[in-house]
Design a protein around this ligand. Structure first.
Ligand code: MN3
Length: 197
């Protein structure tokens, strides 16, 4: 059985960039829903005790009746956990080492931000925009719905939820403002940790 992970900060701790009500609904309703649906799908099966990573890597072996539910809700669960861990009140600057890596891949930090923002603003899916690592190279990609770059053997080091429930209460149609403001609360230690993992 899976449980909803606690937030390491208060719902309103990311204000004014992401409002407390959005964080609370996103975590306690949306994320909880994915966890509940995932648990319902694996209930009374031998998969109940498996770690999430293992479950997601063995989707092909799942019985047809539960495969779609496990795939969708499992990835949604994982992506939402990652999304929250990648943010921290007050934000964190990238280390010297990580700055160098970003500059090598995107020319400059500004260019990386610009490319990411443009990609996220034009992501027409209810999905995510990511910085991924593939063969030591960093790239920015968009995915749809519950998808995660790992499905294409790409490792996500930073993700942004661009589904409307992630920002609509505060930003409505102004998604570019949400994208820009989120920069102030990125936990760049987490990004580096994922890069090195
Ligand atoms: Mn979401």
């Amino acid at each position: 059985m899976f449980t909803l992970p606690d937030l390491s900060y208060a719902y309103d701790a990311l204000e004014p960039y992401i409002d407390g009500q959005t964080m609370e609904i996103h975590h306690s309703k949306h994320h909880q829903w994915y966890v509940d649906k995932l648990n319902a799908a694996i209930k009374d099966t031998e998969r109940e005790e498996k770690p999430l990573e293992e479950l997601l890597q063995s989707l092909a072996l799942l019985p047809k009746e539960i495969k779609t539910a496990v795939q969708n809700n499992g990835w949604w669960h994982r992506n939402h956990s990652l999304f929250r861990e990648s943010m921290i009140p007050g934000g964190k600057e990238p280390s010297e080492n990580m700055t160098k890596i970003i500059e090598e891949n995107f020319w400059s930090i500004e260019k990386c931000k610009e490319t990411f923002a443009q990609s996220a603003a034009t992501n027409f899916w209810s999905g995510r925009t990511w910085i991924i690592k593939e063969h030591d190279e960093l790239k920015i990609v968009n995915t749809a719905n519950q998808n995660n770059p790992l499905m294409n053997h790409q490792k996500a080091i930073l993700g942004l939820d661009v589904r409307e429930h992630a920002y609509y209460l505060k930003y409505q149609n102004r998604r570019p403002d949400y994208i820009q403001n989120r920069r102030n609360i990125i936990n760049r230690d987490k990004v580096e940790e994922l890069y090195n993992k």
